[in-house]
Design a protein around this ligand. Structure first.
Ligand SMILES: [Zn+2]
Length: 326
């Protein structure tokens, strides 16, 4: 074979092999695209009606459609950018989580008060951290509850832990500033309320927590947690009278606490009444059903409380020293 013929054969073979490689690559791209499309369509949220979802998801029979069910965790994450009957619940607390985490940076580096010491920044940041935990756990619960009953229970427990964290953070900050000039009382109440609420944060992570045998201890703990949120303030009032509270015309502290309590109360009423979906079942499946409104009230309460804590802080830091008798 001449050199020219050999070169030409080699070229032909290379072209042939090149074509084969191109074909294989083409197949890979086509198959990947088809598989990806099928996968995306699978992930593209089949939504179900109330009667077609597993029993554990049938929590509110006034919400008739828009249910996800038996999704993988990946599909749940994809469902973040789709519209279903949990989207509002996920995004209300998801957005609040992002806002609270951002505010932690403001607590440390922002202009929260000209006299703010590092300890003041830590107290405010701890409240914001407790809020961030609450909103994160709630977001994860609403995002993943449709995976399985096991996931529903596990993330539901985290949701409960978050509530105790927020109660603790909220009450601790107010207690710290009300008894700012009386460290003995402040230490007593803070240790007690942090201890009880930590039981509430970690308790739900144990299996025994949800059992019937534990019911009365659970109830006792949540009642104690509620009592401890108000008891230090009551104690302070009994010791010092209402005149020793931050003046409402100058500081948003007491009006803030009242507004926060009002938001929670209104939220609970809407939540329990299942309003407005009970008036028109199926009409509020995606937007503005009671759980979403409850979430919005919780967010409003938490933001109002953050303003109230800054007002309590300003009230104390505006005074040069503690009064002699407290
Ligand atoms: Zn919720």
């Amino acid at each position: 074979m001449s050199a020219t013929a050999a070169t030409s054969e080699l070229r032909e073979r290379l072209v042939h092999q090149g074509k084969e490689v191109a074909e294989v690559m083409n197949d890979v791209v086509r198959e990947t695209r088809e598989k990806g499309k099928a996968w995306w369509q699978r992930g593209r949220l089949r939504l179900f009606k109330f009667e077609d979802v597993p029993r554990y998801l049938q929590d509110n029979n006034y919400i008739r459609s828009g249910y996800r069910a038996n999704y993988t965790y990946l599909e749940n994450w994809i469902s973040l950018v789709h519209f279903h009957n949990e989207s509002g619940n996920v995004w209300t607390h998801g957005a609040a989580f992002i806002a609270f985490v951002s505010m932690i940076f403001i607590a440390f580096f922002g202009d929260i008060h000209p006299n703010a010491a590092f300890s003041d920044r830590v107290v405010f940041a701890l409240f914001l951290f407790s809020g961030s935990l609450t909103f994160m756990f709630s977001t994860l619960f609403h995002l993943h509850l449709c995976h399985s009953e096991k996931a529903y229970i596990a993330f539901g427990c985290l949701d409960y832990s978050g509530i105790s964290a927020l109660i603790c953070g909220s009450a601790a900050a107010v207690t710290y500033y009300t008894f700012y000039c009386h460290s003995k009382y402040s230490t007593f109440w803070l240790i007690l309320l942090i201890f009880v609420n930590l039981l509430g944060v970690f308790g739900p992570l144990f299996k025994a927590w949800a059992t019937a045998a534990f019911r009365k201890w659970r109830a006792f703990l949540y009642v104690m947690s509620g009592v401890l949120s108000g008891a230090p303030m009551l104690h302070y009032l009994m010791e010092n009278g209402t005149s020793a509270l931050p003046p409402a015309d100058k500081y948003f502290a007491m009006p803030g606490v009242a507004a926060m309590a009002g938001f929670y109360l209104m939220g609970v009423v809407v939540y329990v009444a299942r309003f407005p979906e009970r008036l028109a079942p199926g009409r509020f499946d995606y937007v503005l059903h009671s759980h979403q409104i409850w979430h919005l009230f919780v967010v409003a309460a938490a933001f109002t409380h953050s303003r109230a804590i800054l007002a309590f802080m300003a009230w104390r830091l505006d005074q040069d020293t503690c009064p002699a008798v407290m």
